[in-house]
Design a protein around this ligand. Structure first.
Ligand SMILES: [Zn+2]
Length: 400
């Protein structure tokens, strides 16, 4: 048994407790959480820390397999420029570093992450995930923009899925984005998701270029498909109406859905989402540091708060981030949107991510019987309960 107290405990599922006490088993299972009413008495065997205790973080969007591209892609080139660079570099054998993925996994553990929603196009991350202390749900991503590619694209994604499945890892097939998946491939993914009752994730409105491509078949995305990938674009026709409505009509309402980025998601888009989906199984993953890296933009977070969306946090990959740290994503949001409360940030970083990945029976909050990991955040402004750039995280207890 460990008895741990700190200046504040943010349990993830309810308001903070001043000087609360967390009691856990030796394997980290939460046995009890005590509200002292702020009056902590000295007692035998109590560990006390100055700072904030929070559950282990859930990184809801990452691409571990791109870890070898850290620092290789220039910042603020826009999504079109970024995709072109990724395409050029991701298979460059001179850059492949077998240790990069292992290091990134290790870095996540040490920055307080306990679970990851990770996008994989190949099996290159399988071995690291199989032996990692972190929980991974892998999204094997299908992309095939030309209708003739449907069977090939789908069977590659299913093959990758089967390999992860055989290794005993949680996995599901998912579409990459609105612009890289043909309508027929979307339908294939939808049928598969329905029969597997699987979790879906899709890159959504990361750039204004997506809307441009949808409405007029022009702009940086067309340029990428045509010139970087050398694809036949002769079948393309501009589409009418809302891009998001089109995407949502191709995804099953019944399935859990993670919409990733949402940098350009507007009030009217949110209305479309609410008309077409159940808010309960729809999650919005924010990756602010990646958005700043690629587009130098941030999503309209106050709008999302007003609309009471289920927000989660992700780091995206080391190709578009300087580190894989959920705390750094929280700090960036706090700096740009000072009105966000720490309670909200912790809910997004822990419980909502766990709910999105359907692992909240174990992770995401300090509740009896769960084993969510225990992090200590130091360097926060404890008077106003705000994160600062001086914040650091120390892992006090890793989940067993
Ligand atoms: Zn991504």
């Amino acid at each position: 048994m460990r008895k741990i107290s700190a200046t504040f405990i943010f349990p993830g599922n309810r308001p903070p407790l001043k000087n609360g006490i967390l009691i856990c088993e030796d394997d980290g299972t939460i046995a009890e959480i005590t509200d002292t009413g702020g009056m902590l008495r000295e007692q035998a065997g109590l560990e006390y820390y100055s700072g904030i205790l929070v559950p282990g973080f859930v990184n809801s969007h990452c691409h571990l397999e791109l870890s070898h591209l850290k620092g290789k892609i220039p910042e603020r080139k826009g999504l079109g420029g970024f995709l072109g660079e990724i395409n050029k570099l991701r298979n460059d054998e001179n850059l492949l570093d077998p240790l990069a993925l292992k290091k990134a996994d290790f870095q996540m553990q040490h920055s307080g992450t306990v679970a990851v929603g990770d996008v994989s196009n190949s099996i290159s991350s399988l071995e690291v995930k199989r032996t990692s202390k972190l929980y991974y749900h892998t999204f094997t991503e299908a992309f095939g923009f030309h209708p003739s590619r449907v069977e090939k694209a789908f069977s590659i994604a299913k093959f990758v899925e089967s390999m992860f499945h055989e290794a005993g890892l949680s996995v599901s097939v998912t579409p990459h984005s609105s612009y890289s998946v043909s309508e027929t491939l979307f339908k294939r993914i939808k049928d598969n998701a329905l029969s597997d009752n699987s979790i879906l994730s899709i890159h959504n409105q990361e750039s204004i270029a997506e809307e441009m491509f949808f409405k007029s078949c022009s702009g940086p995305i067309l340029n990428h498909l045509q010139h970087n990938l050398g694809l036949d674009v002769s079948h393309l026709k501009p589409k009418r109406g809302s891009m998001l409505h089109w995407v949502l009509s191709l995804l099953p309402k019944e399935n859990q859905l993670l919409l990733v980025h949402n940098t350009y998601t507007s009030q009217s888009d949110i209305s479309v989402i609410k008309e077409n989906r159940n808010p309960e199984n729809t999650y919005f993953v924010l990756c602010p540091n990646s958005n700043l890296y690629i587009e130098d933009q941030l999503p309209p977070v106050p709008l999302f708060q007003n609309e009471k969306l289920n927000l989660c946090l992700g780091t995206d990959s080391l190709a578009s981030n300087h580190q894989l740290s959920v705390l750094q994503e929280m700090i960036t949001l706090q700096q740009h949107f000072p009105d966000i409360t720490l309670h909200e940030l912790v809910t997004w970083a822990c419980l909502n991510g766990a709910r999105a990945l359907r692992i909240d029976h174990r992770y995401g909050s300090f509740e009896r019987g769960k084993n969510p990991g225990i992090n200590l955040i130091t360097g926060a402004d404890l008077q106003h309960l705000k994160l600062t750039s001086a914040c650091r995280v120390k892992v006090l207890q890793q989940p067993a």
